[in-house]
Design a protein around this ligand. Structure first.
Ligand SMILES: [Ca+2]
Length: 158
């Protein structure tokens, strides 16, 4: 994944105030938490993330996957194949969640540390909403800046 704009904090002070991850893509009735805070817990050198209610996001070194597991049941979980932190748009296998009729489903989720006032780039980076659609590309992966055709420009200036 190369460089990622989100730096893990070295101080515990910002642990709950900053560096909140959210996952976007699951339905509103999902059993998974949508917001996570960073944990000191290391698994194979990678930090884990605790959901605000019932989910833990952590690395599984045996399968080389990242997993979301619920504390309350082992019937529901989600996995994505990744050695790196699973930030940005990734396909997750979702098992046993209420969003789907099938027990096993695949869904693209964007796990990121963006704030509500920020746009989620596909690679997990964040840019201020005000800089989206300003004609300049801020996302390192060049997402988020809509391509405006010359026809649209003509309409806009008309
Ligand atoms: Ca922009």
């Amino acid at each position: 994944m190369g460089t990622f704009g989100w730096i893990l904090p070295l101080s515990p002070m910002g642990m709950y105030d900053n560096n909140i991850l959210s996952n976007a893509g699951l339905c509103s009735s999902s059993k998974f938490d949508t917001r996570f805070s960073w944990m000191w817990k290391l698994v194979a050198g990678r930090h884990s993330f605790r959901g605000f209610k019932d989910t833990v996001l952590q690395y599984d070194p045996v399968r080389d996957q990242w997993r979301m597991d619920l504390y309350s049941t082992n019937e529901t979980y989600a996995v994505t194949n990744s050695s790196e932190y699973p930030f940005g748009l990734r396909e997750w296998e979702i098992v046993g969640d209420s969003c789907f009729k099938k027990r096993h489903s695949f869904l693209t989720i964007n796990v990121n540390a963006c704030e509500d006032s920020e746009f989620n780039c596909d690679d997990g980076n964040c840019v201020p909403i005000s800089q989206r659609c300003d004609g300049k590309v801020q996302c390192p992966d060049k997402t988020g800046e809509p391509v405006i055709s010359s026809t649209d420009n003509a309409q806009n200036t008309a």
